[in-house]
Design a protein around this ligand. Structure first.
Ligand code: 6GU
Length: 233
């Protein structure tokens, strides 16, 4: 997969993309992530990329010119058209289902801007789909882009060491769209708390049944909203 990120703050991505799972996925050439600075496509000598909103009001709005020029430059860097995503709190809410869907694409083009917003002609002209990561406002789309990349990249074949380890994730199909079952590792007793006997039994059928039951119980208790049909992954 190729991921292009258009941003005013490419340096924000260095650490999250340069560590751990995403770093390894890039080194293994499973994903290629390319950052492009929108400001490099500013059209005046002050490198201006935002301006006051027509009609008045607070804050600044991303100008269409630099974003369009940057986008057109980036799109030509690879033959694949790509799925074009605008990061905005007005977007569709990102979830595990969307992560799985995006992980099937060959190319993603993520555009992050400042929170007061994009000039509307950017959304219309680029025919971008809008994605939000939740109902709160961030000061920019960068953190949202990183969240999406992390959730998507770990689903790409070969990224997680154990091919099964994304399968039982919370929200995944095998978790019934609910939360994951409880996990234990050594030691067998920690500060008086013992590992449930069933997990030491070696009875795989019993263990699978217990895990399913536990997953359901904790979902009912902690996230009953996930059990509604329209929330199923
Ligand atoms: Cl994608 N952008 C911003 N600025 N705020 C957000 C968001 C995105 N998703 C949730 N809040």
């Amino acid at each position: 997969m190729r991921v292009d990120i258009l941003t005013l703050f490419p340096e924000m991505f260095e650490s999250p993309l340069g560590c751990s799972t995403i770093k390894r996925a890039q080194e293994a050439h499973i994903v290629e992530i390319v950052l492009t600075n929108i400001r490099d496509f500013a059209q005046d000598k002050y490198r201006k990329v935002d301006d006051k909103p027509y009609g008045g009001g607070p804050g600044m709005v991303m100008m269409p010119g630099p974003v369009f020029d940057c986008f057109e430059h980036v799109q030509k860097l690879s033959p694949e058209k790509g799925r074009i995503i605008l990061l905005t709190p007005q977007g569709q809410k990102f979830d595990q289902r969307k992560a799985a869907e995006l992980s099937k694409e060959n190319r993603l083009i993520l555009i992050s801007g400042k929170y007061e917003g994009f000039d509307e002609r950017i959304r219309i002209g680029l025919q971008a789909e809008q994605i939000s990561i939740g109902d709160y406002v961030l000061s920019g789309g960068e953190l949202a882009a990183m969240v999406i990349i992390d959730a998507v990249v770990r689903l790409l074949p070969g990224v997680l060491g154990d091919e099964n380890s994304a399968k039982d994730d919370s929200f995944s199909e095998s978790a019934g769209g609910g939360l994951e079952y409880p996990q234990y590792t050594r030691p067998e007793v920690f500060r008086g708390l013992k590992v449930p006997e069933v997990l030491l039994s070696g009875d795989h059928k019993k263990i699978a049944d217990w895990r399913r039951q536990q997953a359901l119980e904790r979902t009912q208790k902690w996230r009953p909203d996930l059990l509604k049909d329209d929330n199923k992954v």
